[in-house]
Design a protein around this ligand. Sequence first.
Ligand SMILES: [Zn+2]
Length: 154
Amino acid sequence: MSDLITQKRCAKCGVVKNIEGFSKNRSTRDGFDGRCKNCRKDFKKFFIDKDKEKKRSVQYYKEHRKNFIQHSKEYYEKHKDKINKYKKQLGLKIREDIADGYVLNILKIKKSDIPTVKEILKELGITLEQLIEIKRQGILAYRERKANAKQCRC
Ligand SMILES: [Zn+2]
């Protein structure tokens, strides 16, 4: 049957073309692709471009995020003692007050970013949990500073 077909309408561009303009495809009824070769090329290109875009944005994210995370880590190392003191003082309140999701939100880390972030952190030698903890302490230190400043004005 299929050798009788000489022309076909492309499902994408709608142009009726000679059957040479379509790739063979055993899974279709007439034995040829629904889309002409040109449209299939565009389709492929679209996905390849999308893939490139994705890779680029991951790269961008890695480059920028890395600096930020590195900074957080350095901040923590520098103020470790102070931070640990706050931690002790406030104890359990930290957990209730500053949930992981809240910290991730402040770090501007979306759920979909987590695998990338984890990859970056691996390079830096810390875990996501540690990063959250570091930021949490930073938030606490900031709140403490703000509270102290208020007291001073009284
Ligand atoms: Zn077409």
